[in-house]
Design a protein around this ligand. Structure first.
Ligand code: NAP
Length: 346
């Protein structure tokens, strides 16, 4: 396993990060525990979760994935072997009972969310504490073009960083990171930190895969120049890039079969693009999912590719992808397809 520096910290994280968001819904506690055992054995020391998980989110299941990680820490006693990332939800109409439904990044919410996560995770500290999505409207979760909403207000970045500074001082979190953030947002957070408001963001966790390369437009340069690398989520476009849904197939128990509420992944243009990438992988003798993952891990702005799996065979294959280096010819052919299918799944 290759390890990379997390932002400007002295922490080395595995280039493959273990995603957890199916545990507690598609996967049981025992499945989650088996995945953590296996991942750690393979050198995957970087794990990503969120207070909101499992997905699809529901208030009655809120925090259950963190609880599964917590029981693993309690039974395995290996907290020190793991670099653990979690996240606080941002404003969202779906979570009316969580901390009274005000999901702003104000002091009360931030401190309460950190304490609640620590309790569920049965740990004293979180290595990377991330803002799951901004308080502002951004291009994420299917939105392609920026629309300005002058009426929107958000907690000043300096104020949020001040609270994070307190939490770092208290030993509850070690570092902070962004998620679903824009180039303007990332640079504003970094500027505020550089001016002394609080800790510097060390990573940007955004959606990134062969059919959604929005990160490259503004954020790739930020990631490299500011040493605030990408943690790529949904690297298989929710599993679709494996090719298993092509030609109308709906494998039993698979995410898109169970939760058919992601039409953009199944749209005709997305299916065409998927078929083209799958054919390209096969032409080069590669497994399509492994090609999709290896391509992300190989990008110069990527710190880690966050893989998700619902069974150990998938997890093994996804971790194995870290050993695959794509040839320059194959990368060139990926670029040619990208010119045809630029952002089929925003
Ligand atoms: N910050 C955010 O807003 C955000 C959003 C989403 C995810 N995340 C993070 O990123 C992680 C990964 O996201 P994701 O689950 O959407 O990633 P993904 O790689 O796009 O999809 C993973 C899913 O694809 C299927 N799959 C995985 N490996 C496969 C393989 N080798 N062959 C065939 N199918 C395979 C599995 O589902 P089935 O078996 O059901 O098909 C698996 O759950 C999450 O766990 C979470 O930690 C963060």
């Amino acid at each position: 396993m290759e390890y990379r520096r997390l932002g400007r910290t002295d922490i080395a994280v595995s280039a493959i990060c273990l995603g957890t968001m199916t545990w507690g819904r598609q996967n049981s506690e025992a499945d989650g525990h088996a995945q953590m055992d296996y991942a750690l054995e393979r050198g995957v020391n970087f794990w990503d979760t969120a207070e909101m998980y499992p997905v699809p989110p529901a208030e009655e299941r809120f925090g259950n994935t963190e609880r599964i990680i917590g029981t693993w820490f309690a039974s395995r006693k290996k907290r020190d072997k793991v670099i653990l990332a979690t996240k606080i939800i941002g404003p969202d109409g779906r979570f009316k009972t969580i901390r009274g439904g005000n999901n702003k990044f104000d002091r009360r919410n931030l401190l309460a969310a950190i304490d609640d996560s620590l309790e569920r995770l049965k740990t004293d500290y979180i290595d990377l504490y991330q803002l799951h999505w901004p308080e502002r409207s951004v291009n994420a979760f299917g939105r392609l073009m920026y629309q300005h909403h002058p009426e929107e207000s958000f907690t000043p970045f300096e104020e949020v960083l001040g609270v994070f500074a307190e939490a770092v001082k208290a030993g509850k979190i070690r570092h902070v990171g962004l998620s679903n953030e824009s180039a303007w947002g990332a640079m504003s957070w970094l500027k505020a930190a550089d001016q002394g408001a609080g800790p510097r963001m060390v990573s940007i966790q955004n959606c990134y895969h062969l059919m959604n390369r929005m990160f490259e437009i503004g954020l790739a340069e930020v990631a490299i120049r500011e040493q605030c690398g990408l943690l790529a989520f949904s690297p298989l476009a929710m599993g679709t890039l494996s090719g298993k849904y092509l030609n109308g197939a709906r494998p039993e128990g698979a995410r898109m079969t169970l939760f058919p509420n992601f039409p953009r992944y199944m749209a005709p243009r997305a299916q065409e693009a998927t078929a083209a990438y799958v054919a390209l992988a096969r032409k080069h003798g590669l497994d399509p999912a492994q090609m999709a993952l290896a391509w992300i891990t190989g990008r110069d702005f990527t710190t880690a590719t966050i893989v998700g799996a619902t069974n150990l065979d998938q997890l093994k294959s996804n971790i194995d992808s870290a050993e695959i280096k794509l040839s320059p010819e194959l990368v060139k052919e990926i670029e040619e397809l990208h010119r045809i299918y630029t952002i089929p799944v925003p």
